[in-house]
Design a protein around this ligand. Structure first.
Ligand SMILES: C[S@@+](CC[C@H](N)C(=O)[O-])C[C@H]1O[C@@H](n2cnc3c(N)ncnc32)[C@H](O)[C@@H]1O
Length: 392
């Protein structure tokens, strides 16, 4: 039986995510050979399933009377895909959805599950059960947002994580924006609803809002401690700074080479290998990424509560270390795309207590309240006490 290429690609991408790949990378890899229409449908299905997985799994459990965790993962993914299309997509014929889902389960070597998938999807297509709004967010994460931001904001964050992420591009000064691109409140950031970005990079509006906090001037020495894949470094370079980009992972550091600046593979937690100090430093720290769930929906299912203290430890070590490389009149921006207090305000407060640094201001962007991904940034000046380097 012939399978729709879009469904086959979405299934392959979701299986890869199940094995630990990132959704953006696996969808790009599985759709590379498809025409634009099929690639768009495959991407819609794969991201839609990941964003709505909580609701889809609750539906599977209700329709099958079986615990979803006990289903074979290929069968579960075929069912999630089928239910997602039946429930959330208008222009796909139900019979094609059901027969392709059955075939996907069969081709994954689960022929015995074909009848099971068929029965559940036929029932779902027939009954189209109504349900209350479902946020598809793990309860522990939702509770944290309620505690931090209040119920209304937590609901709006969760709701926003179910929507397609905006397509923002970076247009450097004096360059023409592509046709159809709409300017935003962040200079140089344009929203491109559809079409080709031309020579420009996709970069979320929240990410683009961080770099102006550095107040860069031509000739400033600029150190980007956690730089890969280099979106913020490239944006900083528009200001004519002398930049150095670093990352701990060699494979990720390689993505910085096209910037044509010195690239250093180093662990930001250990004393930095520079004899000089810098006018400006960016610590765009590794984080949970909970501000980016519309773009990286698998994060909400992978992240565990115990990951957050671990990230906090790494972030504080990198930040304290970076502060030692800042000139006396320099300025450092600490940023994350996390919404979690322990990765943001708590890191900054601890760094200030340990180093004597001064907090000049903070910026916070919350999905559902501000356009684009959620971000936190703190602008720091060095304290009068020279901080000690941190090793760990
Ligand atoms: C949020 S991403 C940076 C995104 C980048 N600034 C941009 O705008 O394109 C964090 C980066 O920190 C790197 N990283 C993680 N741990 C690190 C460490 N101990 N020292 C330096 N870099 C680290 C990761 O490899 C990752 O590339």
């Amino acid at each position: 039986m012939k399978l729709a290429p879009a469904r086959q690609a979405a299934f392959g991408a979701l299986l890869a995510v199940e094995r630990g790949s990132w959704s953006a990378e696996s969808v790009a890899a599985k759709t590379a050979h498809l025409d634009a229409r099929d690639a768009a449908l495959a991407s819609e299905i794969a991201f839609g399933v990941l964003r709505r997985q909580g609701e889809l799994d609750a539906l599977i459990a209700a329709l099958s009377n079986r615990a979803v965790e006990r289903l074979d993962s290929a069968v579960r993914i075929a069912l999630e895909m089928g239910l997602y299309q039946l429930r959330f997509l208008d222009r796909v014929p139900a019979h094609a959805v059901v027969s392709d889902s059955v075939e996907l389960a069969r081709r994954a070597g689960k022929s015995s599950a074909g009848a099971f998938v068929n029965a559940i999807l036929r029932r779902a297509a027939r009954e189209r059960p109504a349900s209350d709004e479902h946020f598809s967010t793990p309860e522990w994460l939702f509770r944290r947002w309620v505690a931090q931001f209040g119920l209304a904001a937590a609901e709006s964050i969760a709701r926003e994580s179910l929507a397609r992420a905006g397509r923002y591009i970076r247009v450097p000064p004096h360059c023409p924006a592509p046709e159809g691109a709409q300017p935003t409140g962040v200079p140089g950031c344009y929203l491109l609803e559809s079409g080709d970005p031309g020579p420009y990079r996709f970069q979320d509006i929240g990410s683009q809002a961080v770099v102006p906090l550095l107040e860069l001037q031509p000739g400033h020495t600029f150190l980007d401690v956690c730089a890969a894949p280099g979106n913020k470094t490239a944006q900083a370079m528009e200001s004519g700074v002398a930049a150095i980009a670093c990352d701990v992972h060699l494979s990720r550091a390689k993505t910085l080479l096209p910037l044509g600046i010195p690239v250093v593979v180093m662990d930001g937690r250990v004393p930095l290998p520079f004899a000089r100090r810098f006018d400006r430093i960016l610590v765009d720290a590794p984080c949970s990424g909970t501000g980016t769930l519309a773009r990286n929906p698998e994060i909400k299912w992978r992240l565990k509560p115990e990951d957050i203290p671990d990230l906090h430890g790494r972030q504080i070590a990198i930040l304290l270390n970076a502060l030692t490389a800042l000139k006396e009149d320099g300025l450092l921006v600490y940023s994350t795309c996390s919404l979690e207090r322990e990765e943001n305000e708590d890191v900054v407060a601890e760094a200030i207590a340990a180093s004597g640094a001064r907090l000049e201001r903070t910026m916070r962007r919350i999905p559902g309240t501000d356009p684009g991904d959620g971000f936190f940034a703190a602008v720091l000046r060095p304290g009068s006490v020279a901080p000690n380097p941190v090793v760990g």
